[in-house]
Design a protein around this ligand. Structure first.
Ligand SMILES: *Cc1c(COP(=O)(O)O)cnc(C)c1O
Length: 454
C-alpha cells in the first residue's frame, strides 16, 4: 500500500452523487415527530406549512436508503468539496503517539463549517418549490452564514433570528450574513408574538437557540411564500451531512485504512450523524464494528445527562415534538462559547443510535477543550472552531492513552470548522478568565420537568 499522504484528496467525480439515509438500516427507527397540540404522528404533508415539500418527504422517509444529490447541488459542492481527510502527522509527532490520527476538515468554505452542506440543499428545494425566501435561527452564526451563502446563490430572501448573546458578541458573523444579503434580527426580538412573550418571561435574557427557532417558525408561517429551515437536529439535515461520512469512508478505503475510533462533536447531532452514517450503517448491517464517540460540552450535556423523551424542539413550543435525548426545552445554557453546541436536545437519529448502544457519548469541559484547540492549532496550523475542538480533545486523550498501551489505533475525527469568529472565546482562554460551567442535577431536573407528557 502506498504511503499515506498528509492530505487524502478525492477527485471531483468522487463527490458522492447520492446521500445515504442511515434510517433505512436501523431496526429501531427514530421516533416520529408529533403534533404539539394533539400528540398525533405527523405525516410529510402535515409538515408542508413549515418546511419545503421535498424536505418534509425526506424528513419522514425511514426506508429510502439513497437519495440522489440533484445536479445543481453537486455543482455547488464542487466549489468547496471534496473536503480533504488529513493525516495529523504533526500532532501525532507532538504527542509521541503510535496512534494514527485523521481528521475530516469541513472548514474550507467562507462560512467556515460543515453547515453549508445542508444549507445549499435546503435552499435548492425552496427555490425549486418557487418560494420567495426562508427564515431560520442561528446560534453562534455558522448556520446563518452558511444559509445566507446558499440563498444568495439561488436568489432567495433570507431572514435570520440570531441568538442575542451571539448577535452582540459576534458582530462580524452578522456582517458576513448581511453581505450575502440576509437580514439579521437579535432574538428574542420584539417583532414576533413569541419573542415578546419570552422577553416578558425572562427579562434581559441572552436568548437561546430554542427561542430563536420559535421566532423563525412564526416568521415563516406568517408570511406568504416563506418556509422555515433548520441547520441541525432534523433527519433531513443528517441525510445531507452524510456527504461528510461518505467522503471520509471513500478516502480511507482508497488507502486501505480501517478506522478504529470515530469521533464527532455533538450539538444538534448533524455533523456527527453525517460523519458516522456509513460506518454506523455497517455496524447496523453486522458488517463491521467501530468505536463511535459523540462529544458534548459539560455545560449542555443532553446525551450524558439528559432523558430520552418527547420534548418541544423550541422554547415557544410551536414546533413538532421530537423524541430525543434532551435537557428540557426550558434549559437555558450558561453563556458558553461553544455557541454551536448549546441546543437542549439531540437529533432523534443520533439519540436512537445512542440508546441502542451503536455509539457512546462523553462530555468535556470548556477549558480543557481550549487547551486541546491551542495544542492542535500550534502543530497542525488550522485554528479550530471551539465546537470542533471538543472532538480534538477526545482524539488527543485517546492518542495519549495509545502511547501508554502502544496501540497503533486509527483515530478519525470530524474537524467541523474554523474559529476565526470565535476569538472572543480564545481571548478569554488566553487571558485565563474562561470558566467551566456545569449545570447541577437540580437545574436539569427542573428543566426536564417541563417536557410534555406523552
Ligand atoms: C454548528 C456547528 C457544530 C454543531 O452542530 P451539529 O449539528 O451538532 O453538527 C459543530 N461544529 C461547528 C463548526 C458548527 O458550526
Amino acid at each position: 500500500m502506498a504511503e499515506i499522504p498528509y492530505k487524502i484528496y478525492l477527485s471531483e467525480n468522487e463527490i458522492p452523487s447520492a446521500w445515504y439515509n442511515v434510517r433505512a438500516d436501523m431496526k429501531n427507527k427514530p421516533a416520529p415527530l408529533l403534533n404539539p397540540g394533539t400528540g398525533e404522528v405527523l405525516k410529510a404533508s402535515d409538515l408542508y406549512p413549515i418546511f419545503c415539500e421535498e424536505l418534509s418527504n425526506q424528513e419522514v422517509d425511514n426506508d429510502t436508503k439513497w437519495f440522489d444529490v440533484p445536479g445543481e447541488i453537486l455543482d455547488f459542492y464542487k466549489m468547496y468539496r471534496p473536503a480533504p481527510l488529513v493525516r495529523a502527522y504533526c500532532l501525532e509527532k507532538a504527542l509521541g503517539t503510535p496512534a494514527h490520527i485523521y481528521y475530516k476538515f469541513e472548514g474550507n468554505n467562507t462560512s467556515g463549517s460543515h453547515k453549508l452542506n445542508s444549507a445549499i440543499a435546503q435552499a435548492y428545494y425552496a427555490k425549486k418549490q418557487g418560494l420567495k425566501g426562508v427564515t431560520t435561527e442561528t446560534g453562534a452564526g455558522q448556520w446563518g452564514t452558511a444559509l445566507s451563502m446558499a440563498t444568495a446563490y439561488f436568489g432567495l430572501d433570507c431572514q435570520v433570528y440570531m441568538v442575542k448573546v451571539s448577535y452582540e458578541q459576534k458582530p462580524f458573523r452578522r456582517e458576513v450574513m448581511r453581505t450575502y444579503g440576509a437580514s439579521v434580527t437579535p432574538s428574542p426580538s420584539m417583532s414576533t408574538n413569541v419573542g415578546r412573550k419570552i422577553n416578558e418571561e425572562f427579562p434581559g435574557t441572552n436568548g437561546s437557540l430554542g427561542c430563536a427557532i420559535s421566532e423563525a417558525v412564526e416568521a415563516a408561517t406568517s408570511q406568504e411564500g416563506y418556509r422555515y429551515v433548520l441547520g441541525s437536529v432534523l433527519n433531513q439535515v443528517l441525510l445531507h451531512q452524510s456527504v461528510i461520512g461518505l467522503e471520509t469512508k471513500a478516502a480511507l478505503d482508497k488507502y486501505g485504512i480501517k478506522a478504529d475510533m470515530i469521533i464527532g462533536c455533538a450539538g444538534g447531532g448533524s455533523n456527527l450523524g453525517g460523519l458516522i452514517s456509513p460506518f454506523a450503517g455497517e455496524m447496523l448491517r453486522g458488517e463491521a464494528s467501530y468505536d463511535i464517540v459523540a462529544v458534548e460540552p459539560a455545560s449542555c450535556p443532553s446525551l450524558t445527562r439528559g432523558s430520552y423523551v418527547y420534548d418541544f424542539a423550541d422554547t415557544g413550543k410551536v414546533c413538532p415534538l421530537a423524541k430525543m435525548y434532551t435537557l428540557g426545552s426550558s434549559f437555558m445554557p450558561a453563556p458558553n462559547h461553544a455557541g454551536g453546541l448549546r441546543y437542549h436536545g439531540m437529533s432523534p437519529v443520533v439519540s436512537q443510535l445512542y440508546d441502542d448502544g451503536i455509539i457512546r457519548a462523553v462530555s468535556v469541559k470548556q477549558t480543557e477543550v481550549f487547551e486541546a484547540a491551542t495544542k492542535f492549532a500550534r502543530v497542525e496550523g488550522i485554528l479550530p472552531a471551539p465546537e470542533s475542538s471538543h472532538a480534538i480533545k477526545v482524539a488527543i486523550d485517546e492518542a495519549l492513552r495509545c502511547k501508554e498501551t502502544g496501540e497503533a489505533k486509527n483515530i478519525v475525527f470530524g474537524l467541523t470548522g474554523t474559529g476565526y469568529f470565535d476569538l472572543v472565546a480564545y481571548q478569554k482562554f488566553n487571558d485565563g478568565v474562561m470558566e467551566d460551567y456545569i449545570p447541577t442535577d437540580e437545574e436539569i431536573a427542573k428543566s426536564l420537568a417541563s417536557c410534555p407528557k406523552v
